[in-house]
Design a binder for this molecule. Structure first.
Ligand code: FDA
Length: 389
C-alpha cells in the first residue's frame, strides 16, 4: 500500500498530527486502543492542558526548542478545540484544566478530528522491518496475523517514551531515530515518586501537607505525600524531574509560615505550653510526633532559647533528605530526554538527517512539568509536524 504519511503511535501527539497531516495518512499502533495514556490520565479526567503553559515549564537540553511549536499551537487553541466539541471542563488548581466528565471524551474528539481529516487508524499492528530508499519509507508490518508492506513519503515517530512499559511503552522511536542518524540524549524517569530505605516514612504513610521541595535547580510549592515506600505527591513528582541520583533535597514543611516568629510569639504569650503541643497547632500532629525524637523536640516553650528555636525551626523549614532513588519507569508519568532536538527543525519537527522523517511528543527531548504541560507539548508538536507535512 502506498501512502503519503505513516504515523507510528496513536497517542496524544500521533492523533493530533494525523488530524492535520492531510489525506493519505495512516496511524499505526501496537495497542488494542488509541490514546490509552489519555484515557487513564488525570484520574480518568485528563489534565489536557495548562492555562499558564509556556516554554519555562519544559525541560530539554535546548530550552528554546519548544518555543516555536508552543507559540503556534497554544493552550488556547486546544481549549478552543475542546469547546467546539462541547466537552465541559474546569480548572482544578494552578491553571490545570480537566474534563468535567471523562478523559474518553478527549480520545473521542481526537478520533473524530482524524476521521474528518481522512486519516486511517490501524491498531494491533506491529512494525517488523523499516528501511528507506528512493525518497520513501518502506515498512513491513504485522496485523491480524498477516504481514503487509507499506510505503510512505513521510514517517512520523510518535511512539512516546519509556514510562509505564505495562501500558505498551517501548523505545521504538529512539531505535528508529538512531537508525536514521539522529542522536538520543540520556533518558531517565521523570514525574516519579522518590524511594527511601524500607519503612523510613511508614509511620507517616498517607499523610499529605503543603510543602516546598527544592534543590539547587528548582523549587515547587505543592502537596507532599508520605508513602510506605517514600515520598510522593505533586511537589515530589515535580522536583524528581530536576533530581539526580545521590543528590540531597530540601523540604520546607511550612512554606507559608514563619515558624520561628510563631513559636517565639507563643513563648512570650504562654511559655508554659509544651513545645510539641504548640508545634502540632502549626504542623500535622503525626509529623510532629515523628520528628520529635529526631530533632530533640521536648520541654516547654519557655525552656527554648532564641538560638534553640531558630535551630529547630530552620530544620523544619529545610529538612534535608537524600532519596535512595525513584520508582523508575514503572510508575513515572514521563521520560526525560529522548530524541536530541539538535537534529530536528523547531518549526516542523522534521529531522535534518533525512527528509520526510519527523519526531513529536514525548519521544523528543522536551519534557513538561506536572499539570497538563506534557499533553500541551504533544498537541503543539503534533500540530507542528501535521501542518508541515
Ligand atoms: P503516548 O505514550 O501518549 O503514545 C504513544 C503511542 O505509541 C501509544 O499509543 C503506544 O501504544 C504506541 N507505541 C509505543 N511503542 C510502540 C511500538 N513499538 N509499536 C507500535 N506502537 C507503539 N500529561 C498531562 O499533560 N496531563 C496529565 O493528566 C497526564 N497524566 C498522566 C498519567 C499517567 C499515569 C501517565 C503515565 C502519563 C500522564 N501524562 C499526563 C503524560 C502524558 O500521558 C504523555 O506525556 C503523553 O501521553 C505523551 O504523548 P505521546 O503521544 O508522545 O505518547
Amino acid at each position: 500500500m502506498q501512502l503519503n504519511t505513516i504515523i507510528l503511535g496513536a497517542g496524544a501527539a500521533g492523533m493530533m498530527c494525523a488530524a492535520h497531516a492531510g489525506p493519505g495518512t495512516l496511524v499505526l499502533d501496537h495497542a488494542r486502543a488509541p490514546g490509552e495514556k489519555i484515557r487513564i490520565s488525570g484520574g480518568g479526567r485528563c489534565n489536557f492542558t495548562n492555562m499558564y503553559a509556556g516554554p519555562e515549564n519544559f525541560l530539554s537540553q535546548n530550552p528554546h526548542f519548544c518555543k516555536s511549536a508552543l507559540a503556534r499551537y497554544t493552550q488556547w487553541d486546544f481549549i478552543d478545540l475542546v469547546n467546539r466539541h462541547g466537552i465541559a471542563w474546569h480548572e482544578k488548581t494552578l491553571g490545570q484544566l480537566f474534563c468535567d466528565s471523562s478523559a474518553k471524551q478527549i480520545v473521542a474528539m481526537l478520533l473524530s478530528e482524524m476521521e474528518r481529516a481522512g486519516a486511517t487508524l490501524w491498531l494491533n499492528t506491529s512494525l517488523k522491518d523499516l528501511s528507506h530508499a528512493d525518497g520513501r519509507f518502506c515498512l513491513m508490518v504485522e496485523r491480524e496475523g498477516k504481514t503487509e508492506r507499506l510505503t510512505a513519503r513521510n514517517l512520523v515517530l510518535a511512539t512516546g517514551g519509556k514510562s509505564i512499559p505495562k501500558m505498551g511503552a517501548t523505545g521504538l522511536a529512539y531505535d528508529i531515530a538512531r537508525q536514521f542518524g539522529l542522536t538520543i540524549t540520556e533518558t531517565r524517569a521523570g514525574l516519579v515518586p522518590f524511594t527511601f530505605p524500607e519503612g523510613r516514612f511508614a509511620p507517616l504513610a498517607g499523610l499529605s501537607l503543603p510543602a516546598r521541595l527544592s534543590n539547587q535547580r528548582a523549587s515547587f510549592d505543592e502537596a507532599l505525600l508520605f508513602t510506605h515506600r517514600g515520598l510522593s505527591g505533586p511537589a515530589v513528582l515535580q522536583l524528581s524531574s530536576y533530581w539526580r541520583e545521590g543528590e540531597e533535597i530540601g523540604v520546607d514543611l511550612a512554606p507559608d509560615l514563619d515558624l520561628y516568629t510563631e513559636l517565639r510569639d507563643q513563648r512570650q504569650a504562654s511559655g508554659r505550653r509544651d513545645l510539641t503541643t504548640e508545634l502540632a497547632r502549626l504542623l500535622p500532629a503525626r509529623l510532629v510526633e515523628f520528628l520529635a525524637p529526631k530533632l530533640g523536640l521536648k520541654g516547654r516553650l519557655a525552656d527554648q532559647s532564641d538560638s534553640a528555636l531558630r535551630g529547630l525551626t530552620d530544620a523544619l523549614h529545610d529538612w534535608r533528605l537524600t532519596p535512595s532513588g525513584t520508582e523508575g519507569y514503572r510508575t513515572a508519568e514521563v521520560t526525560l530526554g529522548g530524541i536530541d532536538t539538535d537534529g530536528l527543525d523547531a518549526r516542523t519537527m522534521a529531522a535534518s538527517s533525512l527528509p520526510g522523517l519527523y519526531a513529536i511528543g514525548e519521544a523528543v527531548d522536551v519534557t513538561g512539568w506536572l499539570g497538563g504541560y506534557n499533553f500541551q507539548w504533544a498537541w503543539s508538536s503534533g500540530h507542528a509536524a501535521g501542518t508541515a507535512i
